[in-house]
Design a protein around this ligand. Structure first.
Ligand code: NAP
Length: 334
């Protein structure tokens, strides 16, 4: 009998986007304690470009299939003790069920992926598969940045510095859901329109010199309680100057180094905190997925798709995610 095959993107050597090649690989089989998900959509994130090029400290053994985000339908379930697999949120997982994944054993730039039970979560009926493929890294990171690391509480001012991309849009939606007042930054007029449509209180252009000058007036002199920073190597020093007393900068993204003036922190008794989604504890992960499920079911989070491309165009997706202005999230459809 010939073995069934599926399409998957395989990286055999580090390099430019062109090293992302679609190959025929054996159909995955669920071993004990594993679940196979037939993917209808895959989320594309900057981290996969670092993994593909072996940059920013990433050095994955090759060959590998990239990708941690995806959504689809459970195709098969390996052996589990009775009563069978149950998700983190306590929902029985069954063949045919709509799900999103939070990482996988085999990589999500593929038609199917193998997951552990903890990586498979029911997908709310209110979201499409493409939207489901945006949940884990974007909504997980934004939640962790704002609440688990940033300690944001209702009524505080948050600056989402880089609000038009995947994590930024998620952060706006979480912040509004939890009663925060939101300033978002954008790079293009289209990005500004997106932020206005999402209901930010104030929008600023991060490409303009002095773009933080209006923060004082916008917050009536209070300053920013939490900065969610997507490009710390460019903005960290300026962020420190707009913090309220006791303010926190949570560093989500950085692609280099920067010199800062510690006195700016002292004057405000402020903090700079790092964020790493994969640093979340088991308890924190359960909290993140429960929050996503509740908010999605309530229609309070709604990922914005910038562009949807076929799996074979993964290389174009990597070009876009790194080099084009953002107005939402890039997804692949296997
Ligand atoms: P993305 O969708 O590519 O969005 C990038 C964002 O950065 C866009 O909003 C872009 O705005 C903005 N940006 C560009 N220049 C900027 C500047 N000078 N100042 C502020 N923002 C600027 O990426 P993403 O998925 O949202 O991820 C954002 C960053 O977080 C990436 O560096 C990613 O690697 C990192 N990340 C970290 C974690 C973690 O666990 N720590 C998890 C997920 C992502 P315009 O395009 O409108 O200019």
């Amino acid at each position: 009998m010939t073995k069934a095959h599926m399409k998957a993107v395989v990286v055999r050597e580090f390099g430019p986007p062109s090293v992302l090649k679609v190959e025929d690989v054996p159909d995955p089989v669920a071993q004990n304690g594993q679940i196979v998900v037939a993917l209808h959509a895959t989320g594309v994130n900057p981290v996969e470009t670092y993994q593909r090029s072996g940059s920013q400290g990433y050095d994955r053994p090759r060959p590998f299939t990239p990708g941690a985000d995806g959504a689809g339908v459970i195709e098969s379930i390996g052996r589990f003790d009775a009563p069978g697999p149950v998700s983190r949120s306590g929902v029985r997982l069954a063949v045919g069920q709509r799900v999103y994944v939070s990482g996988s054993v085999t990589g999500t730039y593929a038609e199917k992926c193998v997951c552990t039970r903890d990586q498979v979560h029911p997908l709310s009926d209110s979201l499409s598969f493409e939207q489901g493929a945006c949940l884990w890294i974007n909504y997980g990171t934004a939640y962790r940045a704002l609440f688990q690391r940033g300690g944001a509480i209702a009524g505080e001012w948050v600056l989402i510095h880089g609000a038009t991309g995947g994590v930024g849009v998620a952060a706006i939606q979480w912040a509004k859901l939890r009663g925060l007042r939101v300033i978002g930054s954008y790079g293009t007029p289209r990005g500004r329109e997106l932020l206005e449509s999402l209901g930010v209180d104030h929008a600023i252009a991060h490409g303009d010199d002095g773009h933080l000058d209006s923060v004082d007036a916008a917050t009536a002199g209070h300053g920013i309680d939490v900065v969610v920073e997507m490009l710390a190597n460019v903005n960290l020093e300026a962020d420190l100057n707009v913090l309220a007393r006791g303010g926190r900068v949570v560093v989500v993204g950085s692609r280099g180094s920067i010199e800062v003036t510690p006195r700016r922190l002292m004057a405000r008794e402020a903090d700079v905190r790092g964020v790493m989604l994969y640093g979340a504890s088991d308890t924190e992960l359960t909290e993140i997925h429960a929050a996503i499920a509740a908010a999605a079911d309530a229609g309070a989070i709604e990922p914005v798709i910038q562009e949807s491309l076929p799996l074979a165009r993964a290389a174009d997706a990597h070009e876009i995610v790194m080099n084009s202005p953002s107005h939402g999230k890039i997804v692949l459809t296997p």
